[in-house]
Design a binder for this molecule. Structure first.
Ligand code: SPV
Ligand code: MG
Length: 433
């Protein structure tokens, strides 16, 4: 007699005895088909798994309780259930509440169509998920893994959300902060080491007076206490002869991408109104720098991102598109199209044309001046990375100024107390474990 089919959906990033309990129970009902959640499916509602789909698949399909593994491309089971029409679905009873409650309801409705049954073994307690998570964060901050993570995020998420970090404390905000919005976890995916905010933190102008060694020291501080990927703002990359050493240092520190802008001469921040005296590089020479990065990197997962400054310097769309073609052919993995307009029209007009090209590469936006743009509109227009490039420093400075002023005015600190967090909170923020 043909055995009954049992469907089990799982992410199975780190297999533990809770998973085994589910699969063992499932196999007592018939042949087990595991719907293994793809990276995209998992990233749609929580963190990207440590292991890629292919690696997780190898583990699961070799378990003796499992007959077959198929991809489950969404958090929702219904598509796969309609395809297989299993007599049983098995899932731990922990999904009755929380983020997966709706998914469970839809499974029940689908199963009802062919009188299938949902089996919910008791969730395995005491496997100490906090212990696993702690281990996981150690593994995630391993250099190789961190370098590759940005590329994996780009392949798995609609848009990779990046926030500026200028010290370890801001790195920790990016690392830990998340909010639950409509049953999806929203968080920042990566850190941006900004030349502007790193220089400002050191009290220096954004004109490359803070050299790369010093920039790398600051980012190493952040790397010590975080596990998320970091994108490095390399200004124009410096001299081509020095680039391979910069790439080597960045890769060794666990950086995932370098962004290099096509300007020459004394560096000026792109958001300054007056760009007089700033020149764009010859595109062919800049392309050589991109190729140099590609040749120097040890891992193909370390991304070379070319930043086009045509709009900043008033050169217009045609120039930007011509450069995008050249940079893409030279090996750029993505293109940052910069703009200091109040609206994103300029960058969207660029995206609309570039998307038609055979050389199209994922686009990066830095919405500092056009901050009203929503992520959903960037996604619609072909953008894959959004960098919020300076907001944390802009938040910290006025707050510190106002507290310093209060102390000066009142000649005591009491009045400032209600504007600042208690000392206890600072102590708890940085735990020594
Ligand atoms: C930075 O954050 O340093 C940047 C982005 O390069 S911008 O300030 O817009 O030039
Ligand atoms: Mg910069």
């Amino acid at each position: 007699m043909k055995k009954k089919l049992v469907y089990v959906g799982m992410a199975a990033d780190f297999l533990h005895r809770g998973h085994i309990n589910i699969l063992k129970t499932a196999s007592s009902y018939g042949d087990v088909i595991v719907g293994l959640l793809t990276d995209q499916a998992i990233a749609s509602y929580k963190k990207l798994p440590y292991l890629s789909y292919e690696k997780r698949k190898i583990v699961i399909e070799n378990l003796r309780y499992v007959k077959k593994v198929i991809p489950q491309t969404t958090l929702d089971y219904v598509e796969n259930l309609n395809l297989i029409k299993p007599q049983f679905v098995v899932h731990g009873n922990d999904w009755k509440t929380g983020i997966q409650k709706k998914t469970r309801q839809r499974v029940i409705t689908a199963l009802n169509k062919w009188s299938g049954q949902l089996i919910e073994p008791k969730y395995t307690e005491n496997i100490s998920s906090s212990l696993i998570k702690k281990e996981l964060s150690n593994i995630m901050s391993e250099t190789d893994n961190r370098v590759s993570r940005l590329k994996r995020l780009m392949n798995s998420k609609k848009i990779v959300r990046v926030l500026e970090s200028h010290n370890s404390l801001t790195g920790l905000i990016i690392e830990k902060l998340n909010i639950n919005k409509k049953n999806k976890i929203h968080e920042f995916d990566a850190m941006w080491s900004s030349s502007l905010t790193d220089s400002a933190t050191k009290g220096k102008p954004d004109n490359s007076s803070v050299d790369f060694s010093s920039r790398i020291l600051s980012l190493n501080d952040m790397m010590d206490v975080t596990s998320k990927p970091l994108i490095f703002d390399a200004d124009n990359g410096g001299q081509i002869e020095h680039l391979s050493f910069l790439v080597r240092s960045l890769e060794r520190s666990g950086v995932s991408a370098i962004i290099m802008e096509d300007k020459i001469g004394l560096k000026k921040n792109s958001l300054f109104k007056n760009q007089k005296g700033t020149k764009q590089d010859n595109p062919k020479l800049f392309a050589k720098k991109i190729s140099k990065i590609c040749q120097s990197r040890l891992s193909k997962d370390f991304l070379a991102i070319a930043r086009i400054e045509s709009f900043i310097l008033g050169k217009g769309l045609k120039d930007a598109l011509k450069r995008a073609e050249i940079y893409s052919k030279a090996g750029a993995d993505a293109i940052l199209i910069h703009s200091k307009e109040k609206k994103p029209n300029e960058i969207f007009s660029f995206a609309k044309e570039f998307i038609k090209s055979k050389s199209f590469k994922p686009l990066v936006a830095v919405p500092s001046t056009y901050s009203s743009v929503y992520e959903r509109d960037l996604i619609k227009n072909g953008f894959k990375i959004v960098i919020y490039a300076n907001q944390l420093l802009r938040a910290a400075y006025p707050s510190m100024m106002s507290v310093a002023k209060i102390i000066l005015e009142k000649e005591r600190a009491f009045e400032a107390d209600k504007k600042i967090i208690p000392i206890n909170e600072i102590i708890n923020l940085i735990k020594n474990d």
